[in-house]
Design a binder for this molecule. Structure first.
Ligand SMILES: NC(=O)c1ccc[n+]([C@@H]2O[C@H](COP(=O)([O-])OP(=O)(O)OC[C@H]3O[C@@H](n4cnc5c(N)ncnc54)[C@H](O)[C@@H]3O)[C@@H](O)[C@H]2O)c1
Length: 352
């Protein structure tokens, strides 16, 4: 019999609010506590989401024996330390992306999960979409044949988030566009194709737009406005190639900012067919009567991916299913990201 699981959210920022709204749609979850280091923001968010108990120190929240599960929605540098403390305190953990700052920390988080035998899920929300389901099924049904190349383009013309704040400070974020947005597209690509064996990377990252901060002209900014006296020491553009043994490759171009038009697209090429995901549009590139033909797949796109991922998290806590994005896959992702930055620094291909 499913139990009602009492939940706390650590980090009451933008994504913390998204989790708070999503938990309301999860039948077996009850959001009972919220934590943030900023008291004013904490009070405002607790009121907005109707959360009865607040903490400014996450360690105090972890002492609350009623709370069985936590969502960790803080800046990237705090993902691993809070996740490890939460697991050691006997809590089940929903950890936002990216899993943490690097692969070494990811291994430590997994060790804490194993030592405490708790549920640990990574926040790869793009898997919780109908387009992901459609593409995964097309591939599993053999409609693409042998998949040998994936092309990822995530281009923002001017889309640096939180300029000058934690997003653009390497010690707090671990990196720029690569660690922030490429994780979603790389994870989705590996998830739908099942290519979880990346072996080598050749990449270059650049840092061209974020500094000096006063010269950055933007239209809108996630987690803005800019902090004029803040730091920008991360990548705002990267390009590269990931090898999956001798079976497949993935080329990527990821920009928080560059002088090109916005693009958000993943193309998967197989020897029988291809698929293009652009925004949430799915097009199957195939043949009809021996002629190249495109099939645009229409579907009902109304779905709350965050509610779906938290529903699966709470089900896993109740012992009613597996987490949809495992920390082992999160570790593979962190090894890829480490290799991208290392390849860029060394100016050559590196093994993963
Ligand atoms: N899944 C997604 O699509 C998605 C989207 C955006 C952000 N994220 C991830 O969510 C995380 C947070 O991003 P955001 O945009 O909400 O950032 P944000 O800056 O809006 O919020 C972070 C909050 O954490 C608080 N905080 C910092 N240190 C803390 C600590 N030690 N204890 C408690 N609270 C602390 C900050 O005061 C802030 O309110 C990041 O890791 C980001 O990558 C995921």
């Amino acid at each position: 019999m499913s139990r009602k699981i009492k939940v706390g959210i650590i980090g009451a920022g933008t994504i913390g609010s998204v989790h708070a709204d999503a938990y309301k749609k999860v039948a077996n979850a009850e959001l009972v506590a919220l934590c943030d280091i900023l008291p004013d923001k904490l009070a405002e968010k607790a009121k907005r989401h109707g959360v009865p108990v607040t903490y400014t120190d996450y360690k105090e929240l972890l002492k609350n024996p009623e709370i069985e599960a936590v969502s960790i929605c803080v800046p990237n540098n705090m993902h691993a330390p809070i996740a490890i403390d939460a697991l050691n305190a006997g809590k089940n953990v929903m950890l936002e992306k990216p899993m943490c700052l690097n692969a070494d920390l990811a291994r430590q988080v997994i060790a804490a999960r194993d030592a405490n035998k708790k549920v640990l899920q990574i926040g790869m929300v793009r898997r919780q979409s109908t387009e992901a389901d459609i593409i995964k099924k097309l591939i599993e049904d053999g409609r693409l044949g042998d998949v040998y190349q994936i092309r990822v383009k995530l281009i923002r013309r001017r889309g640096i988030p939180g300029l000058g704040g934690w997003f653009t400070t390497k010690a707090l974020s671990g990196g720029g566009g690569i660690i922030d947005i490429s994780v979603h597209a790389l994870d989705l690509s590996m998830y739908v194709t099942g290519l979880w064996n990346p072996t080598a990377v050749s990449a270059k990252t650049y840092s061209k737009f974020g500094s000096p901060i006063k010269d950055y002209h933007y239209v809108s900014m996630w987690a803005g406005p800019p902090k004029m006296d803040g730091t920008f020491d991360v990548d705002d553009y990267a390009a590269g190639l990931i090898r999956f043994g001798d079976k497949a490759t993935l080329s990527f171009e990821v920009a928080w900012a560059c002088n090109a038009r916005d693009e958000n697209c993943i193309e998967i090429l197989g020897d029988k067919g291809g698929v293009k995901l652009e925004g949430s549009n799915v097009v199957l590139l195939t043949e009809y009567d021996n002629r190249p033909a495109d099939i645009k797949l229409d579907y009902n796109a109304q779905r709350d991916g965050f509610a779906d991922e938290l529903t699966k998290f709470i089900a896993a806590v109740n012992g009613e299913g597996e987490v949809p994005a495992t920390p082992e896959q999160g570790l593979i992702m962190m090894r890829v990201l480490d290799a991208i930055y290392k390849s860029s620094d060394l100016n050559k291909e590196v093994e993963i």
